[in-house]
Design a binder for this molecule. Structure first.
Ligand code: C5P
Length: 236
């Protein structure tokens, strides 16, 4: 077994990106993969298509929802949208762009906390997107991801989305408390699609990711359940 340093999370968990265009397709994957997969990411496409219905379905089944709408707007607008996320209920975590700035992130944190308190429910985790994994690797990426993560921590966010390429460094700088979510996960020799800063599931675990987000490599696999099992074995 791999040695675990203080900075590495005990486990890395798989999040399935439900990037499909209908309730029935999303339901098919939830039924097939739950409870092997426990967290399902609802992103822009599915949220616009059948958002609230699929969120309810995942919750009724016992799964957790990662709402990935990547908010990026003026502080007031994003804070109000975050209140609606809390009101929707049953959202485990949601995303906003750290490039929206410190004030925007602070206002979101405050609004989500106040709304959860008012309703007497648990506030969702707030995760800041740093730089998209579809951006190519360059020497400027890691310093920029570190500075965006520092702003996210200052604003009180729970974690960040970054690529595996920056994860080891983020762990060293920010320690074990920071939640690190890593998309851009591919198998060695697999299709990259539009992703550029990619890594394998094992590399993500070794670097210290708490969660890996995978869409197409599972959704387009011949056997999505077998593929998900294989991934979970590699990160457990
Ligand atoms: O299909 P694939 O595995 O590339 O899907 C990755 C998922 O992670 C997509 O839903 C995408 O929106 C999301 N994501 C990403 N890069 C980020 C944040 C989220 O690829 N920085």
């Amino acid at each position: 077994m791999m040695r675990t340093t203080n900075h590495e999370p005990r486990t890395t968990e798989l999040i399935l990106a439900l990037d499909v265009d209908s309730f029935s397709k999303a339901k098919y994957f939830v039924d097939l993969l739950y409870p092997k997969v426990k967290i399902f990411k609802v992103g822009l496409q599915l949220f616009i298509a059948r958002g609230k219905k699929i969120i309810r379905y995942i919750r009724e089944k016992g799964g957790k929802v990662f709402l990935d709408l990547k908010f990026y707007d003026i502080p007031n607008t994003v804070a109000n949208a975050s209140k609606e996320v809390v009101r929707m209920g049953g959202i485990e975590m949601f995303t906003l762009h750290t490039q929206g700035g410190l004030e925007m992130m602070r206002r979101v944190k405050e609004a989500a906390r106040e709304e959860a308190l008012r309703l007497g429910i648990k506030a969702p985790l707030i995760i800041g997107v740093t730089l998209l994994t579809s951006e190519a690797q360059s020497s400027k990426i890691t310093p920029l991801v570190i500075s965006l993560t520092r702003a996210a921590r200052t604003a009180g966010l729970d974690g960040v989305v970054a690529s595996v390429k920056e994860t080891r460094c983020l762990r060293q700088v920010f320690g074990g408390d920071l939640i690190i979510v890593t998309p851009g996960i591919r198998f060695a020799g697999g299709e990259k699609g539009d992703q550029k800063r990619i890594a394998t599931p094992e590399e993500a675990r070794k670097a210290g990711s708490n969660y890996i987000v995978i869409g197409r490599p599972i959704l387009e696999a011949q056997g999505p359940l077998i593929t998900a099992r294989k991934i979970i074995r590699k990160i457990s």
